[in-house]
Design a protein around this ligand. Structure first.
Ligand code: HEC
Ligand code: HEC
Length: 450
């Protein structure tokens, strides 16, 4: 079901040869006869004219593009202000997520324009499928006839399918890099890597701004598919799955609570098991789901009581506007490297992992802890979603409790879940951890291994 990396890069290379292909597939939601999602890049391969490139040439070209993409990613001269690079918001030392605890980052020409969404990590996006309204996946459900609902696509609302289409958004957004294709093209032409651009894309790459801009977008996409940087699978949990490290008591208990349907039930959306093909868990099913995250009143845009970020049904995403069943839904993020973040959820409302976990288990039992309470003591539950969309809000465990019920996890259990989440941070080396063989190994634990 997931597109193997090799195919992705081949698609990229084929596309780069047929430069125009970059736009032609942008809006595709591909379904096959059974309605199952097709990774959009498969189509790209099929759509691109047959190329006479050998495999070696294809890989060499992808390498050229990704090395250019890396330079672009760190280059603030592409922005309107000259001060903001992709890396300013997507910090390489924070799993390509935000470098600070701000709910949203500042951008625009004066560097003071706030966005209204938290910066997501760019890691582990390689397995996000193209957006589809009806996702059928035997891997997740054990039965392909089960419709898992809207799934996939990049950004919090799944509105684009390819890194190249995505990169256009921050480059041109007035509250992010605030640039134009002409400004980007001029910067690249004047950059120290202009010659590398000619080598990778042909001597005529600077003939038109559109051509240069398309090459920039493709290079950024190629960079975002560099495995060692964007999906290294070097966390303690990966070492545990491979039998090279053991989890301590708190981590192991946390994993069990994370998986247990009667406790956290986190793994029902943040999948913690290997896929059927043996590939490592991604900690997301990529579903677009409404969980009723509280309104973040610290965001300037929320001073307007009429403004609501409704996720898939707008305002950033426009193709599902007015389709009520998508309102309030956001794509489930992977939890890999989540402990490197200091800001959580689409509106960045929380800044500590234990607050996030507490929200899950007490949203319904103690809503007064998360939502505003009136003088008369009435809780304004789900205060960031107009009432007509409340039926979209998820009520599966741990969200199946009532006010006054016992929360699915107590404080000690919340701590253990957080300890487990900390094992998902990349860069773990069992050889450097004297405790790596203390605790419980994969052999002693059945449910996480298969
Ligand atoms: C001002 C901060 C900022 C800058 C600069 C920025 N981004 Fe982002 N990025 C964001 C935010 C916020 C989102 C989420 C947007 C949304 O959901 O609408 C995002 C989302 C993304 C995503 C989708 C991630 C996902 O989980 O689906 C990718 C890919 C991405 N950015 C790449 C880039 C690239 C490439 C650049 C440079 C050309 C860049 N970003 C510059 C803030 C930024
Ligand atoms: C019903 C599906 C579902 C379940 C169950 C679920 N999550 Fe989530 N999770 C989501 C979605 C959707 C989001 C994004 C919500 C948003 O921002 O509006 C999310 C976001 C998060 C985030 C924030 C990540 C970030 O980058 O901002 C964390 C941490 C998290 N979940 C942990 C957990 C834990 C721990 C549990 C179990 C106690 C859990 N989740 C259960 C769907 C789910």
């Amino acid at each position: 079901m997931r597109l193997p990396f090799v195919l992705c890069t081949l698609a990229l290379a084929a596309l780069s040869a047929a430069m125009s292909g970059c736009d032609s597939h942008a809006a595709n939601t591909n379904t096959n006869a059974s309605g199952a999602a097709q990774p959009a890049a498969t189509n790209a391969v099929a759509n691109a004219a047959p190329q006479a490139q050998t495999r070696a040439e294809v890989f060499a070209h992808v390498k050229q593009m990704s090395s250019l993409g890396e330079k672009l990613f760190f280059d603030p001269s592409l922005s309107g202000s000259g001060k903001l690079a992709c890396a300013s918001c997507h910090s390489p030392s924070h799993a390509f997520g935000p470098p600070n605890a701000l709910s949203v980052q500042l951008g625009g020409n004066d560097m003071h324009q706030p966005g209204f969404r938290a910066v997501p990590s760019l890691e582990y996006l390689q397995s996000v499928p193209a957006f589809t309204r009806h996702f059928h996946d035997s891997d997740d459900e054990g039965d392909e006839s089960v419709d898992a609902g809207p799934t996939g696509g990049l950004t919090w609302d799944g509105r684009v399918d390819h890194g190249s289409d995505q990169a256009r958004i921050p480059l041109l957004s007035s509250f992010e890099m605030g640039s134009t294709p002409a400004k980007v093209a001029a910067s690249v032409k004047a950059s120290p890597y202009a010659d590398d651009f000619r080598k990778a894309f042909g001597a005529n790459v600077f003939d038109s701004d559109d051509k240069t801009f398309a090459a920039v977008l493709q290079s950024l996409e190629a960079f975002e598919q560099t495995p060692a940087k964007f999906y290294p699978y070097t966390s303690k949990f990966d070492a545990f799955l491979a039998g090279r490290a053991k989890l301590n008591d708190a981590e192991m208990h946390g994993l069990q609570l994370f998986n247990d349907e009667n406790k956290g039930n986190c793994a029902s959306c943040h999948i913690s098991q290997r896929a059927k093909d043996g590939s490592p868990p991604q900690f997301s099913d990529f579903g677009l789901i409404a969980i009723g995250v509280p309104r973040n009143r610290a965001l300037p845009i929320n001073r307007n009581p009429k403004f609501h970020d409704l996720g898939a049904c707008g305002p950033e995403r426009t193709d599902l506007k007015g389709q009520d069943e998508y309102c309030g839904t956001f794509r489930t993020p992977s939890l890999r490297n989540v402990a490197t973040r200091k800001t959580f959820f689409h509106n960045g409302i929380y800044h500590k992992l234990d607050d996030v976990v507490r929200f899950y288990v007490e949203r319904d039992t103690n809503p007064e802890k998360f939502y505003p309470v009136s003088k008369k003591g009435v809780v304004d539950k789900f205060d960031d979603l107009p009432k007509q969309y409340w039926s979209n809000i998820n009520t599966e465990p741990p969200f199946d409790r009532k006010k006054g019920d016992k929360p699915a996890l107590d404080e000690a259990e919340i701590k253990d879940v957080v300890a487990f989440l900390n094992t998902l941070t990349d860069g773990y080396d069992p050889a450097k951890d004297k405790d790596s063989q203390k605790g419980i190994g994969i052999g002693q634990m059945k449910s996480a291994s298969n």
